[in-house]
Design a protein around this ligand. Structure first.
Ligand SMILES: Nc1nc2c(ncn2[C@@H]2O[C@H](COP(=O)(O)OP(=O)(O)OP(=O)(O)O)[C@@H](O)[C@H]2O)c(=O)[nH]1
Ligand SMILES: Nc1nc2c(ncn2[C@@H]2O[C@H](COP(=O)(O)OP(=O)(O)OP(=O)(O)O)[C@@H](O)[C@H]2O)c(=O)[nH]1
Length: 439
């Protein structure tokens, strides 16, 4: 389920963005199917042979002084260590090994992270190979020479990256549901986790002692164990606004990647913002179960319209996830936090709910009878059959005579019928349209 995460770190100008764009390819410039969410190109899915992973570009800020650069690189490396399974440490053959490279290398070595040392701008292997050997001095093992522009050495480098992926995903063996608590800085993520955990905290002992797992907390509720993934505590001191945004997005991606269910915490005193939509979009794209928790509900003045008005604004801004329940909570007073736990459990169930094909097709037949499928130039859409092929999120394949006739709005109509029949509250549903020859 959870895809490995690979983070790119390195000094400014070594070619991180060029490498990122080359690996991601042109296909993916904008994610269109999440309305209202314009996607920064700082993370993307990469498919290489049979491997699928999420690539993150941690760079992008040009510090002015050497001091600033060192600080920035340290933070970059820290973030990468926390978030990624494998770190691509990119250096520049033209500049050779510089002081900052040594310092970052030392940090990465100490963290015992899986590292691939990538020497970029080796546009001519014959001529530049001698310069590549210098990078052995960093003590990170074999340097992998590449040219991001010339697309040289990429295969060998990726072979090494994928060889370092966790063997049997530790998450796969762990049956406990994983819940990521995400949201803007200061929304109250830590407060909610602490309150939810209360006395129920148990030690996450059987998970390997990597830095990433340090943010995981296991808790027992109604006799069942859950693992919470916290994204709180981003250090903000001295940071540029763009930097904070970038890190909080990447961190969210990393947490969401590992989660089954996501709780988006919104600060009621600030209202819902574009940044909230961005964060929600990540969970939606990845097909996670979803709950919207409007926190600090104690802190705002209310009358009998406040809930419906606030809900309306949330629904408008997060129009791509009408399936998510909105809850009004307070970490301070504990108001409705037990209900939040109940909601999490419901979403977990729905996220892995399977519907038998027979029942599904009864609903389909009925739905088609009630509203005729669309037609175009005299040719009408025929829907033959539907079956659920997977869970987390529930994914359905619909067999039709002609894919082009399947309008988005009709898929939406069918989705609504399925939801009317089976609920599926809190989980996105995925539909795959397949053509089958007419009989
Ligand atoms: N010759 C050569 N130049 C390259 C290669 N890869 C990147 N460059 C150049 O190096 C410069 C910096 O590339 P970027 O990708 O912007 O570097 P970056 O590391 O993302 O820089 P920041 O965004 O400042 O962190 C650009 O002028 C690129 O064209 C390469 O393989 N060979
Ligand atoms: N009134 C009120 N204040 C709250 C509530 N929940 C959190 N706060 C306050 O909001 C501030 C931020 O809370 P945190 O739990 O640290 O927020 P966070 O989302 O973990 O923040 P980061 O670590 O910056 O990502 C603190 O001052 C809390 O006391 C709430 O339900 N009501």
């Amino acid at each position: 389920m959870a895809k490995p995460i690979v983070a790119i770190v390195g000094r400014p100008n070594v070619g991180k963005s060029t490498l990122f764009n080359m690996l991601v390819g042109e296909r993916l410039s904008i994610v269109k199917d999440t309305p209202g969410v314009t996607r920064d190109r700082i993370y993307a899915d990469v498919n290489w042979l049979n491997y699928h992973f999420t690539l993150m570009d941690t760079g992008g800020i040009e510090p002015e002084t050497n001091n600033q650069m060192l600080r920035h690189m340290r933070e970059q490396a820290e973030m990468a260590i926390e978030m990624a399974d494998v770190v691509m440490f990119v250096v520049d053959v033209k500049q050779g090994v510089v002081d900052a490279d040594y310092k970052v290398a030392e940090m990465l070595r100490k963290a015992q992270k899986k590292i691939v040392l990538v020497v970029n701008k080796v546009d001519n292997f014959d001529k530049l190979m001698p310069d590549v050997y210098e990078f052995y001095n960093l003590g990170l093992g074999d340097p992998y020479p590449i040219s991001s522009i010339g697309k040289l050495g990429i295969g060998d480098m990726l072979d090494e990256v994928t060889a370092l992926f966790p063997e049997n995903e530790d998450d796969a063996e762990d049956e406990r549901p994983r819940i990521a608590i995400v949201g803007k800085p200061n929304a109250g993520k830590s407060s909610i986790i602490n309150k939810l955990l209360g006395e129920n905290r148990v030690i996450v002992s059987d998970v390997a002692g990597t830095t990433r797992d340090a943010v995981d907390t296991a808790v027992k509720w109604n006799g069942k164990e859950y693992v919470f993934i916290d994204t709180a505590g981003l250090r903000r001191k001295n940071k540029i606004k763009e930097e904070i945004e970038r890190y909080s997005i990447l961190r969210t991606v990393s947490a969401v990647e590992r989660a089954d269910v996501v709780v988006l915490v919104i600060d009621a005193t600030e209202g819902i913002t574009e940044q909230d939509a961005k964060i929600a979009g990540i969970a939606h794209d990845r097909g996670r179960g979803m709950i919207i928790a409007v926190n600090k509900w104690d802190a705002i003045e209310k009358d009998n319209k406040t809930v419906s008005e606030f809900s309306k604004k949330v629904r408008n801004t997060l129009s791509f996830m009408p399936y998510a329940e909105i809850m009004f909570v307070s970490a301070l007073t504990g108001q409705r936090l037990p209900k939040l736990f109940e909601a999490i459990e419901v979403v977990i169930q729905n996220h892995s709910l399977r519907i038998a094909t027979g029942v599904l097709n009864e609903i389909l037949t009925e739905a088609v009878a009630m509203q005729q499928p669309p037609s175009d130039k005299g040719r009408r859409l025929k829907i033959y059959y539907m079956t659920q092929v997977s869970v987390k999120p529930p994914t359905f394949v619909i067999f039709v005579n002609d894919k082009r006739l399947m309008h988005f709005s009709y898929t939406r109509y069918l989705e609504n019928k399925i939801r009317e029949a089976f609920g599926f509250a809190g989980t996105p549903l995925k539909f795959i349209i397949r053509e089958r020859k007419e009989k």
